[in-house]
Design a protein. Structure first.
Length: 354
């Protein structure tokens, strides 16, 4: 079956891969006809490419030895999208034996989201362009792997066309990149989003005119005092406990972040004043419940909130208003906070010594 088969034929075919139904390719609706699409590109290439000659050929056996023993996969793909050769190392990369893939369409193994771009790129490769691709494939276990391919057009007597290329497994590299991306947007101690991500989301809401939107600021009262009296491990424990407590109070669509040493913030899109105020009260109630079961490491939070109800107010101004409200509450409750700090277990121990 060729790449140019109709969409109707594809939908009627119920072939299975790894015991599962073949991924639908509905996202790519245009027929992929290499022979009709590549001619203009091929003429342009022919005009600018110089013939290279004078390099003595290696013996065929030496070529085969290299192809079958390098770590990357060598493949040949005909103009119908079928694999006519694939080197044995493919088993190490995907779990498939090369004989399981020969004569099969490459499309069966490509992640559906990556297929349209890959097919468009193939047209250019069959026209003689050189273009590397990174995309996802399904291995024999049904898991997703990241690969990178680069290929060249091969023609014989200007009649038969195929792509000869190389495929490299880049899954580990992609996972490492994802880890770096995660670390760049998350707080390493609590796992919450960091200030950089929080500010990006603030800009996104503002640029997309998303309102009403609210911001809640929370600050741990006396964290430095607890670090000094109980040790930094106790302080870290309190930060982690606070992050979990706050996160449980909100929806999955809300952005909960640690934006400073003892400061947390929550971004609530599409949330009016009343709901933001109720969310603030949920945090206060959660602190009361936490302290009733954690007398050794009690928690005190000062909370402030503000909202944006139209496009005339920036999200930065909302943040400043919420921050100011938080500090007003901290100042208002200064005596309560002092009493709370004096009631900490470490202070009780010091009183006992006296």
């Amino acid at each position: 079956m060729t790449i140019t088969e109709s969409n109707q034929q594809r939908s009627n075919s119920k072939k299975k891969v790894n015991g599962q139904e073949e991924p639908r390719l509905d996202c790519y609706t245009e027929p992929f006809d290499i022979k009709l699409d590549i001619e203009p590109l091929e003429r342009n290439r022919a005009e600018r490419e110089l013939m290279i000659s004078g390099i003595p050929p290696l013996p065929e056996g030496m070529y085969r030895l290299m192809v079958e023993n390098i770590n990357d996969v060598i493949f040949i793909l005909n103009d119908e999208g079928n694999m006519t050769y694939i080197s044995p190392v493919i088993k190490k990369v995907t779990g498939y034996n090369e004989y399981e893939l020969l004569g099969k369409s490459f499309m069966k193994y490509i992640h559906p989201e990556d297929l349209p771009g890959l097919l468009a790129g193939m047209k250019r490769c069959f026209a003689g362009e050189f273009e590397p691709f990174e995309f996802r494939v399904f291995n024999k276990d049904g898991n997703v792997q990241y690969v990178r391919t680069s290929s060249r057009l091969y023609k014989e007597n200007n009649k038969s066309r195929c792509l000869i290329g190389m495929l490299t497994d880049i899954t580990e590299r992609k996972q490492y990149e994802e880890k770096l991306k995660y670390l760049s947007l998350h707080d390493s101690l609590t796992g919450l989003f960091n200030r950089a991500y929080f500010e990006l989301e603030m800009k996104r809401l503002e640029n997309n005119y998303i309102y009403p939107a609210g911001i809640i600021i929370c600050d741990i009262d006396g964290l430095k005092f607890q670090n000094d009296s109980l040790g930094h491990k106790a302080g870290d424990f309190l930060l982690i406990a606070t992050s979990r407590l706050i996160k449980k109070c909100f929806r999955g669509s809300d952005v909960v972040a640690r934006i400073g040493g003892d400061e947390f913030a929550v971004l609530l899109p599409n949330t009016p004043d009343l709901m933001v105020e109720e969310a603030s009260n949920r945090i206060r109630q959660a602190v009361i419940e936490y302290n009733s079961t954690n007398p050794v490491t009690p928690l005190s939070l000062s909370v402030g909130w503000a909202t944006r109800n139209d496009s005339t107010k920036t999200m930065t101004k909302v943040f400043v208003e919420a921050d100011n409200e938080m500090y007003r509450e901290k100042k208002k409750n200064r005596e309560k906070i002092q009493d709370f700090l004096l009631s900490l277990p470490q202070n009780n121990k010091n009183d006992d010594k006296k």
